[in-house]
Design a binder for this molecule. Structure first.
Ligand SMILES: CCCCCCCCCCCCC[C@H](O)CC(=O)SCCNC(=O)CCNC(=O)[C@H](O)C(C)(C)COP(=O)(O)OP(=O)(O)OC[C@H]1O[C@@H](n2cnc3c(N)ncnc32)[C@H](O)[C@@H]1OP(=O)(O)O
Length: 718
């Protein structure tokens, strides 16, 4: 709703009230319509200020309403009515003015904001465009070029930038509402025509068409199949080339198309998933709301390889002191050069004037004795990690939180060698650790609520999307990756090329296909894991069945040929040299694949992109159902957030579990059954019990899966 009060000096103050972000729900819109009418009719009122309750102007349209029928007064005429008022209306912006919130402010005649306010039109991130006049008023106010940037990226900008762009009329460090009230009194009675943005011409550069074409090409390349960024450019073309009324018609038509698209549903689901995962809970009943984490001011990182260095930077960026330990002198010397430079660069990228945090480098593990939390980031080897944990247990106080950046080893085994297993959790970062948004917080069966809460809070401080997961091999993300990689290798055996597989996945929306990604990460990573698992290496039978199931030795053989990916200049592709980035098809790989197939009596067949996608993605999704069934992830949103923020799953497809729902669970089940029938020696293709149960239960929407999952949980970890 919205409240109305009359202030001395003939000012009407309208306050939006819909905690926590004053979203423009039907009740709020009705409140605005009613209070604006009241201000118009009241002869004693000469001017109006609109603000939001609790220091937040408005977070935009109520996204939850998009799932149902639209009720209440529509936004577009409401904002037109405000613009048409013949008494000056000022938006007093505190906190946020986002989406419909900024569009409402653009309908006002003036905008005044607190210096800490954030403004933006982030609709594109929800699969939409600013359809309450935003695509038509903003370019008329700040020009086409700047509007294209803000609307196609959806980025939030500071009040200072908004002032510079001309979105704001004034910015204050003190109370924005008080300033707006004083200001509106001073402009009462002045002409308003030039303040009505819909009546202005759109400032454009001389060659509008070439600008729009250039931005459209950039957007198409960047958005990898997403519809909304393209529609945003189309709407802005209308703003630049058509009268306002026709521009608004174009905005409405484009919005209608987007609004009903699966992409908008997926992106809105992704928005809420990101928030759902913050609300973790443990089987004990401990959860985000009733558990208190420690505030860490001094932490240590053990191991300064690529991951360790990124973690040091991520921690230092929060402002805490970090002890960075590396026992190999050469690696330590390199890291103490590289890390400060990384910190400086990242601070610059985040527009921080000076890099926060103090980093101390050391080769002595003893130097971590005073810290409150340690993150071990040594080589992925259980024996080595156990050795480090034993050492930490003797060096650190009993109250120190001990975390491991393992990407899939047993956290409980590590906890068992410490004095306080309850204070052990996994913190699985993704490379580069100071950039990637995802953090898997691995809750072992003995991890205390305090330890989990501390890791989750620390993740938030580092700007991560932290997802609590259970302790199983590979946790959630890497566990699901295994069947995906396995299928990609099998497809090569059966006749596909690395390019065909990658193209199908990139067409689906991944930034990189599986083979290009493997070359980037280094093929030796998986090779080492397979050797440790006894799947390959000296003395292992070179057959295509290992440990009782189909196995492809292809990636091992590529590594044995010295091709470890980009770092050696050769892998599944060839590069310009070691460290080269541009992947080119390599005749060696094609000859190698032909020889391999001939050796094993395999006849290459032509494989359609649909089969590539089904085999790779449905195998991955099927493992997701197994994970849910075993309660290693609390819900499908958790898996989806992991894949969107850590594995490049296209956000406009929601995540693997959401995608399964969109494809249709019955269809996913039927295709898995089909592929399992053809490949009975591949257990990952055998449909999960949970998937069968969901299909038998009428394929409920993803939000209802929990009801089915709970029936299956025996040894619940989350
Ligand atoms: C026949 C078909 C016809 C089709 C035509 C249809 C025409 C429809 C006309 C529509 C007109 C378009 C209007 C407009 O252009 C569209 C929009 O405005 S879309 C919304 C744009 N706004 C945003 O994207 C902002 C989203 N929110 C945020 O970014 C952040 O929440 C925040 C505001 C920066 C605050 O961040 P935090 O402080 O960290 O808090 P949280 O993020 O945790 O949020 C707290 C809580 O609030 C919920 N929430 C936040 N924003 C919204 C929102 N806009 N609507 C609903 N709920 C919101 C959030 O989910 C949290 O709740 P919880 O999930 O924890 O319960």
């Amino acid at each position: 709703m919205a409240t109305y009060s009359r202030l001395p000096g003939s000012v009407a103050l309208i306050t939006l009230q819909n905690p926590p972000v004053n979203a423009l729900s039907a009740a709020v819109r009705q409140g605005i319509v009613d209070t604006v009418q009241r201000a118009l009719k009241d002869p004693k009122v000469t001017s109006v200020v609109i603000c939001g309750q609790n220091g937040r102007f408005c977070g935009g349209a109520d996204i939850r309403e998009f799932a149902g029928p639209m009720l209440g007064p529509p936004l577009v005429p409401m904002i037109h009515a405000i613009e048409a008022v013949d008494k000056p209306v000022v938006a007093a912006i505190e906190g946020v003015a986002l989406g419909g919130g900024l569009e409402l402010a653009l309908g006002c005649h003036y905008r005044i904001a607190h210096s800490k306010a954030l403004l933006g039109l982030p609709e594109v991130t929800l699969g939409l465009l600013p359809a309450a006049g935003g695509t038509q008023r903003l370019p008329r106010l700040i020009g086409l070029t700047a509007a294209l940037d803000l609307i196609t990226t959806g980025r939030h900008i500071s009040a200072a930038e908004a002032l510079k762009l001309g979105i704001l009329d004034q910015v204050t460090d003190s109370n924005a509402v008080d300033l707006a009230v004083d200001f509106v009194r001073s402009v009462a009675g002045q002409p308003l025509d030039s303040r009505r943005l819909s009546t202005l011409a759109c400032p454009c550069p001389p060659d509008v068409d070439s600008l729009l074409d250039k931005v459209m090409a950039q957007v198409r390349q960047r958005s990898r199949g997403a519809l909304a960024p393209v529609a945003c450019v189309q709407a802005l073309r209308a703003a630049a080339t058509l009268p306002y009324t026709q521009g608004m018609e174009k905005e409405r038509d484009l919005m209608a198309t987007l609004f009903n698209s699966g992409q908008a549903r997926a992106l809105q689901y992704a928005f809420f998933s990101q928030r759902v995962v913050g609300k973790w809970s443990l089987p004990s009943g401990a959860n985000w709301n009733n558990s208190t984490g420690r505030t860490i001011s001094k932490a240590a990182v053990i191991g300064l390889g690529t991951m360790g260095r990124g973690i040091v930077v991520a921690l230092a960026l929060t402002g805490m002191s970090v002890v960075a330990v590396e026992t190999q002198e050469k690696q330590l010397a390199e890291a103490s050069q590289a890390v400060p430079a990384m910190l400086q660069r990242e601070a610059g990228r985040r527009s921080l004037a000076t890099p926060p945090g103090v980093i101390t480098f050391s080769s002595n593990l003893q130097d971590v004795s005073e810290v409150e939390l340690v993150i071990e980031a040594v080589f992925e080897n259980m024996a080595l990690k156990l050795q480090v944990f034993r050492h930490l247990a003797s060096v650190c106080g009993p109250g120190t939180l001990l975390c491991s950046n393992t990407s899939g080893l047993d956290m409980d085994q590590l906890a068992a060698v410490t004095k306080s297993p309850a204070l052990v959790v996994g913190m699985h970062f993704f490379a580069p650790a100071h950039v990637m948004k995802l953090l898997e917080v691995v809750c072992g069966p003995r991890s205390s609520p305090e330890a989990v809460a501390t890791a989750m809070q620390l993740g938030k401080r580092m700007g991560k999307v932290s997802v609590a997961v259970g302790n199983c091999p590979g946790f959630v993300g890497n566990r699901m990756l295994k069947p995906y990689l396995e299928q990609a290798n099998f497809l090569l055996e059966e006749g596909a090329t690395p390019q065909q597989v990658d193209e199908a996945l990139e067409e689906f929306g991944f930034p990189m296909g599986v083979f290009r990604m493997s070359d980037l990460s280094g093929l030796d990573v998986g090779w080492r894991i397979r050797k440790e698992a006894g799947l390959t290496g000296p003395g292992v039978e070179p057959s295509r069945t290992r440990q009782g199931r189909r196995y492809s030795p292809l990636p091992d053989q590529v590594c044995e040929a010295g091709r470890l990916g980009q770092k050696t200049g050769r892998g599944w592709y060839q590069y310009d040299g070691p460290g080269g980035r541009v992947a080119r098809s390599d005749p060696w790989v094609h000859i190698f694949l032909e020889a391999y197939r001939a050796q094993h009596g395999l006849v290459a067949r032509s494989i359609a992109p649909e089969e590539i996608l089904e085999r790779c993605l449905y195998a991955l999704i099927n493992e997701g159902f197994n994970i849910l069934q075993e309660a290693m992830a609390a819900g499908p949103e958790h898996i989806d957030a992991i894949y969107v923020f850590g594995y490049g799953w296209p956000r406009h497809r929601g995540g693997p579990m959401f995608h399964a729902g969109q494809v249709g669970l019955g269809r996913v089940l039927e295709r898995l059954e089909h592929h399992h029938h053809n490949h009975p020696d591949v257990p990952h293709l055998e449909p999960s019990t949970l998937l069968r149960r969901l299909v038998a239960g009428g394929s409920p929407p993803v939000q209802k899966w929990r009801e089915f999952i709970n029936k299956d949980r025996v040894h619940s970890q989350l």
